[in-house]
Design a protein around this ligand. Structure first.
Ligand SMILES: [Zn+2]
Length: 247
């Protein structure tokens, strides 16, 4: 049964003119990055209210050490896993147009993927909330927290979406445009719980595209949206599918 789904999914990808991937926390778990939700998730240890933008601006000296611990120390040790590498290989072979990811860990880029729309931003940049200048994270020392803006001394905020913040227009537009054009969407490691990001596969489906889902267990997509469900670990099933496509 599962082999049948794998075969059909590989055939759909082979025939696709514009295939995309939509990824979430589940693709990075095997890289050592815990998901936010669920038992053992980041929000079981840290209070999500502290990552609300207004709270951060009022209490940066309290929130910055938490940001460093989660998003720079823990994420900094993570390496791409076989699922990230397989998607990069698919793109290099001309069989994947781009990725829309909800992850902020940059592991797709580390794996070699070129077209990556980071729907929730990334840890690679910071922005000064006073003078609005962007800085590369590696240019900012985290020895003193909160780190002061090198230009004006103002408060730096990581360039990913906090609670209480909207999705930047440009990335939302780029992701939605890709979803409208895609004839196949590979959904990996996400059940679409977070909106509006979670609507991306629905947009693909409404425009006639085929949905291939790789998840550990069934999700809200599985019965209403997904065409081919490959159950299992992203790091196992994604390379398996890519091998079936590229031979
Ligand atoms: Zn500044």
């Amino acid at each position: 049964m599962s082999n049948h789904a794998l075969h059909n999914a590989a055939e759909a990808l082979k025939k696709a003119r514009c295939a995309m991937a939509f990824t979430g926390a589940g693709i990075s778990v095997e890289s050592g990055i815990p998901p936010f939700r669920g038992p053992g998730g980041v929000w079981s240890k840290y209070d999500p209210d502290k990552f609300e933008k207004g709270y951060f601006k009022r209490h940066p000296e309290e929130v910055w050490p938490l940001l460093k611990e989660i998003f720079y120390d823990m994420y900094g040790r993570a390496k791409p896993n076989p699922a990230h590498l397989a998607l990069a290989e698919l793109e290099a072979a001309g069989k994947l147009v781009g990725i829309v990811t909800q992850n902020i860990d940059s592991l797709h880029q580390d794996a070699g993927s070129r077209v990556v729309h980071e729907y929730h931003g990334s840890t690679r940049r910071m922005q000064c909330l006073s003078c609005r200048t962007f800085f590369k994270t590696e240019a900012i020392s985290l020895d003193i927290l909160p780190p002061p803006c090198p230009a004006c001394g103002g408060l730096l905020k990581p360039d990913f979406v906090f609670f209480g913040e909207g999705i930047p227009d440009d990335v939302h537009r780029a992701a939605t445009d890709l979803a409208k054009q895609a004839d196949v969407c590979l959904v990996i490691g996400t059940g679409g719980e977070v909106v509006p990001a979670g609507r991306i596969p629905i947009v693909v489906k409404r425009h006639g595209g085929t949905i291939i889902e790789i998840n550990l267990r069934d999700t809200s997509y599985t019965y209403n949206t997904t065409d081919y469900f490959l159950e299992g670990k992203a790091g196992t099933r994604t390379p398996e599918l890519v091998r079936a496509v590229l031979g």
